[in-house]
Write a protein that binds this ligand. Structure first.
Ligand SMILES: Cc1cc2nc3c(=O)[nH]c(=O)nc-3n(C[C@H](O)[C@H](O)[C@H](O)COP(=O)(O)OP(=O)(O)OC[C@H]3O[C@@H](n4cnc5c(N)ncnc54)[C@H](O)[C@@H]3O)c2cc1C
Length: 103
């Protein structure tokens, strides 16, 4: 927290007068994949294991689409609203295209 505060105060000195409720502060970890894209879909070897993980800091905005695609993957055998092959775990066996447009 001290490190973050120091950087914040450097940019916005007015924060010094804002006060800080330390007990309301929390930290969350980003789960980052090597290409910053999520892992979606059935695992090729583990029967009954379906990935919807690795959202790399943008999983909230992906949540509705993820829910739809994973429901299709389970109920229909394969996601079909969009092609999720580029997001399957098997992509880590090939050359990765890193997402550069989101943090
Ligand atoms: C500080 C911060 C800011 C963010 N801001 C944004 C943003 O602005 N926009 C955006 O799109 N995304 C944002 N994200 C990313 C987003 O929050 C995540 O990508 C998203 O929440 C991931 O969803 P998830 O369901 O994969 O995992 P989670 O939301 O982490 O859910 C996993 C759940 O599993 C539970 N769990 C863990 N282990 C077990 C176990 N053994 N048994 C049972 N339950 C278990 C956990 O308690 C948790 O409830 C942010 C993340 C952080 C940390």
């Amino acid at each position: 927290l001290d490190t973050v505060l120091e950087a914040g105060l450097r940019r916005f000195p007015i924060l010094e007068r804002a006060g800080l409720a330390e007990k309301l502060c929390w930290a969350g970890a980003y789960e980052i994949t090597p290409d910053h894209m999520p892992i979606l879909g059935k695992h090729p070897e583990l029967e009954g294991y379906v990935d919807a993980s690795g959202f790399s800091g943008h999983g909230i905005m992906h949540a509705p689409a993820t829910g739809l695609l994973i429901a299709e993957e389970i109920l229909d055998g394969r996601a079909h609203t969009i092609d999720i092959d580029p997001l399957r775990i098997t992509r880590f066996r090939g050359v990765l295209r890193r997402e550069l447009n989101v943090i």
